[in-house]
Design a protein around this ligand. Structure first.
Ligand code: C2E
Ligand code: MG
Ligand code: MG
Ligand code: MG
Length: 276
């Protein structure tokens, strides 16, 4: 072992730590292989106008499609790995390229919805990313007003001033900005006045037990009212039941997303949903 030859004792590492490290290296190399073979693909989850029941947008979510066509590890696992290993650049490149392809096709078919794209911390910190990644949409004739960039609080904590600059640049080009997973991060409410968001996404944590837990109901209600007072569109994530949909509609929530309406689906499947 390298560590031993350098005079370190393996006893410094617990069995779990070495096992974890080995798993990460394994996952990283499998992810690299999947990226090279085009197996990381965009899936699309509908966003529903709670007043009309219509699909007004979709969130683009990365899926690892394995060789036998089944779905591999979750993005909750491989996005952090890609961030740690620098693969996030290649990952977002292929995601945006494929999504652009799908979006242009849907536009030609007359589909009029918005497209939400997740951007992670390291991607956003990369100066080239913001200028170049989204230029693809513009080059392909996709109206930036139909493209919403989803950022989490953690993305903005890193370098607040630089983040604000980048957001303002993207806004000036017409892109929409959403604050994702609201309520679970470390940022203060002050962030809501600092950044020119268009949309606020209430984290699934406040939706899951909104019926059973008075406190979750109170928080969801307050977030919705706060967002409206700030002229933001509110999206509730993770709606799984009709009761949850009804309560959120009664609270005035604008948009819903969740398994009740649809799971994230492959592009061909979304085409069927949109045409039907
Ligand atoms: P997110 O942006 O908050 O995306 C919403 C997550 O909630 C998705 O998980 C979606 O599948 C899941 N979800 C939606 N409705 C329901 C529901 O009713 N019940 C439950 N239990 N879950 C629901 P997913 O696809 O596993 O993605 C996890 C996270 O990985 C995303 O959270 C996002 O932060 C990140 N991610 C996914 N794709 C990308 C990508 O292309 N780029 C980047 N940078 N991050 C991504
Ligand atoms: Mg998101
Ligand atoms: Mg979210
Ligand atoms: Mg999330």
């Amino acid at each position: 072992y390298k560590a031993k030859s350098q005079g370190l004792s393996m006893a410094f590492f617990s069995h779990e730590m070495t096992e974890h490290a080995t798993e990460m290296v394994d996952l990283q190399s499998r992810l690299r292989g999947a990226l090279n073979r085009g197996l990381i693909k965009p899936f699309y989850q509908p966003l529903i106008d709670l007043k009309t029941g219509k699909t007004i947008g979709v969130e683009v979510l990365a899926r690892w499609v394995t060789d036998d066509g089944s779905i591999g590890p979750s993005p909750a696992v491989f996005i952090p790995v890609s961030e740690e290993t620098g693969l996030i650049g290649a990952l977002s490149e292929t995601m945006i390229a494929q999504a652009c392809n799908d979006i242009v096709r849907w536009q030609q078919e007359g589909v009029q919805i918005k497209y939400s794209i997740n951007v992670s911390a390291r991607q956003f910190a990369d100066d080239n990313f913001c200028t170049e990644a989204f230029a693809q949409f513009e080059r392909l004739g996709v109206d930036p007003k139909t493209v919403q960039i989803e950022l989490t609080e953690s993305v903005l904590l890193n370098n607040t001033e630089r983040s604000l600059q980048k957001i303002q640049e993207l806004k000036a080009r017409g892109f929409l900005i959403a604050l994702d997973d609201f309520g679970t991060g470390f940022a203060s409410l002050h962030y809501l006045t600092l950044f020119p968001f268009d949309t606020l996404k209430v984290d699934r944590a406040f939706v899951t037990n909104i019926i059973e837990d008075k406190r979750q109901f109170a928080i969801a209600k307050s977030i919705i009212n706060l967002a409206h007072d700030l002229d933001l569109v509110v999206v509730a994530e993770g709606i799984e039941t009709e009761e949850q949909r009804q309560v959120l509609f009664d609270l005035g929530c604008d948009v819903g997303q969740g398994y009740l309406f649809s799971r994230p689906v492959a592009p061909d499947f979304l085409s069927n949903l949109l045409v039907a």
